[in-house]
Design a binder for this molecule. Structure first.
Ligand SMILES: C[S@@+](CC[C@H](N)C(=O)[O-])C[C@H]1O[C@@H](n2cnc3c(N)ncnc32)[C@H](O)[C@@H]1O
Length: 306
């Protein structure tokens, strides 16, 4: 039984890094008219209400998206990401809302444009950046979050919502007929087997479709498998990919008194857009400055172009 619910973490520093990279990659995909397909192996609920008790329990978004909300002069990659989150405030994400909140929004009692209230997950961010020719495949195993996703995308023919294991399910969707594809692998890693499963899934995906742009989110924690995963994936990218890899790591916090905790996270991108490294070189120092929770906050940006 899966215990993890992304609603407790929506909009935190890890989401900021992951979703800013996702937006940049999709912008690049949209430079060509040819259709693309994104496969999200771990989709979550789609969108989140930050006023909900789950999000408010630890208010992780206050150490994440909140810190970028009203900041002028952000580098383009971050500014574009914040624009995507702002767009969600205007539209409202009704599946993430309770009825009373929907009424409040409809009656204009929420300052929808300015206040940060809703946070889009990877499915909603991707949907917003899709053109009519593009496709989205979502996998989510948690029954509640799968139900929320289904409701959110009901009747949307461009989106397929699957109640299935994303690691196993991705095979059916690669390569896409247009041979333009993005694979987002964003596990909660609550199961130890998620590390080898992520590695195997990437290897298999590249064997099927070497040009696939692969995005993997990796937690920065005191765990040998988590620490080894970026290098292991980079080696696979080098051997099986077409355009190298990029690894962006953001460290925002110190370990707790027992030496544990989420210190930050990273995104490993295989076959990255050629502009991504320069965009991240601008954005990461700003993320350190804005999201860092201690004086030693830092970033690393490593890349090998193929
Ligand atoms: C970190 S959250 C995803 C967040 C989402 N990608 C986003 O950026 O908004 C991970 C999700 O994966 C789901 N999950 C865990 N194992 C899974 C699996 N093997 N296949 C599909 N979903 C899984 C969890 O229920 C959880 O909702």
């Amino acid at each position: 039984m899966l215990a993890y619910r992304h609603a407790f973490h929506a909009g935190n520093h890890a989401d900021v890094l992951k979703h800013a990279v996702l937006v940049a990659v999709l912008r690049h995909m949209n430079l060509k008219d040819k259709a693309w397909r994104l496969i999200d192996t771990h989709a979550g609920a789609g969108a989140y209400d930050l006023a909900h008790v789950q999000a408010r329990q630890h208010a992780e978004f206050e150490q994440g998206i909140t810190r970028l909300w009203e900041v002028p002069g952000l580098p383009p990659l971050l500014a574009d990401y914040v624009v995507q989150v702002k767009a969600v405030q205007r539209e409202g994400q009704t599946t993430a809302l309770h009825e009373s909140q929907v009424e409040a929004q409809a009656s204009g009692s929420l300052e929808a444009d300015r206040a940060l209230r809703f946070y889009p997950g990877s499915p909603v961010i991707t949907r917003a950046l899709m053109r009519p020719q593009d496709q989205l495949r979502l996998h989510e195993l948690h029954p509640t979050d799968h139900g929320l996703l289904l409701k959110h995308f009901a009747g949307d023919r461009a989106v397929q919502v699957l109640h299935s294991d994303g690691f196993a399910g991705l095979k059916a969707h690669l390569p896409p007929p247009s041979r333009r594809g993005v694979l987002l692998i964003d596990p909660s890693y609550e199961l130890k087997r998620d590390y080898p499963a992520t590695f195997d899934a990437v290897k298999d995906a590249l064997a099927r479709f070497a040009e696939c742009v692969v995005l993997v989110w990796i937690p920065q924690i005191a765990d040998r498998e988590a620490q080894a995963l970026p290098q292991r994936l980079a080696r696979v990218a080098q051997a099986q990919g077409k355009r190298g890899w990029l690894h962006a790591q953001l460290t925002v916090a110190q370990p707790n008194e027992r030496g544990f905790g989420l210190l930050g996270s990273s995104m490993l991108v295989i076959n990255p857009p050629h502009t991504l490294q320069a965009q991240l070189a601008q954005a990461l120092p700003v993320l350190v400055q804005r999201l860092g929770q201690f004086a030693g906050a830092s970033y690393r940006l490593d890349a090998q172009t193929g």
